[in-house]
Write a protein that binds this ligand. Sequence first.
Ligand SMILES: Nc1nc2c(c(=O)[nH]1)N[C@H]1C(S)=C(S)[C@@H](COP(=O)(O)O)O[C@H]1N2
Ligand SMILES: [Mo]
Length: 408
Amino acid sequence: MSMDRRKFITKTALSSLATLIGVEIVFGKNMLRDYQPLALQGPDPFKLFKKDSEMIVLNDKPWNIEAKAHLLDDKITPNKYMFVRNNGLIPEEIDVKNWTLVIDGESVVRQKKYTLSDLKSKFKQHTYQLTLECGGNGRSEFNPPAKGNQWTIGAISCATWTGVRLRDVLEDAGIKNSAVYIGYHSADTHLSRDPKKEPISRGAPMIKALQDETLLAFKMNGKDIPLAHGYPLRLVAGGWPASVSGKWIERISIRNKVHDGAKMTGTAYRVPCNSVAPGTKVGDKEMCIIESMPVKSLITFPKSGAVIHKKDTLKIRGHAWAGELEVSNMETSIDFGATWQKCLLEKPVNRLAWQHFSTSIHFPKKGYYEIWARATDSNNEAQPMVLPGWNPKGYLNNACHRIAIKVT
Ligand SMILES: Nc1nc2c(c(=O)[nH]1)N[C@H]1C(S)=C(S)[C@@H](COP(=O)(O)O)O[C@H]1N2
Ligand SMILES: [Mo]
């Protein structure tokens, strides 16, 4: 085989790499053009965030990492399988002893500041399993495509969160009658590193802020929250787009209007108030803020592509969730949606936790099948079999999950 010189690095590229590294790359002329010297490679995200090596990195600036369906098989999602969604740069040095939470805003009675130990000692602690799904989960399927992280199905988790109720803290500071919304402010850094810019500052209406399950959490699955997930203090508002659940929280404002922080306005985390044809240009005024997430489910066992023997029945399992609502029915189909079979569906451990389902499937003969899963919520709203309403930013894709099975 002849060597093709064009695939080797050019002299100019080599000298700029040497400048970056600070010394000459001695045998640099032997480097292939696409080769990235180890000295210039970033940290290994799997080690950095203690993620399983099967997780998928969608972006490294900022870090965005998703799971695959079969990795989400646990009833309570462990850190290693929990998706990471960052809009900016993770705070680097966290001084837990001096970490404070300020409650302020137009509608606070007394502006107040709490240390972490104030929060832990002054208020009662609560633990809930809470479903957090990114509003953009499933975006990769939209056509015309939407910009942003091309999440497939893996931007969903249900971990155990421990903390104090946001309500108790807000009431301690005092809530004026004029209160409409809360807005969070966090310690992460904007990608531009401009300290005046926030990567994200979202919030929720008072009714969500005051729910029993809305927590200011300092523990995830019984341990300190991992840094990537909001250590040392995180807002957790299950069932709503996970962007409401601010990480690294330093300040919460009680607003007398809909919060207008970064990614609250324009088209961010909004969908057309009325459905539109794919590709339609929608003005900002016709876009509405996403609140409760739609009904959805995932088959987490077996892995898509499984091969089974004709004589065996296949036991499948997974989880289903429905934003603020409960899932009331769970079904599967092996004939591309022509007929459906009811699954066993567990009650949620608490409100806003995902629910587990299972069923045994018998296949009539050898061949290729797909198992489709469909959840229905307590308002009798079922998952669509194909892509739901197109929207410019590719949010809220709750189409039925499916896996391939070969029966031999
Ligand atoms: N401070 C801060 N909070 C944040 C974000 C962020 O970039 N910065 N991303 C939000 C978004 S869009 C999502 S989907 C969830 C992701 O939570 P996770 O990374 O713990 O899975 O965090 C939310 N909270
Ligand atoms: Mo998100």
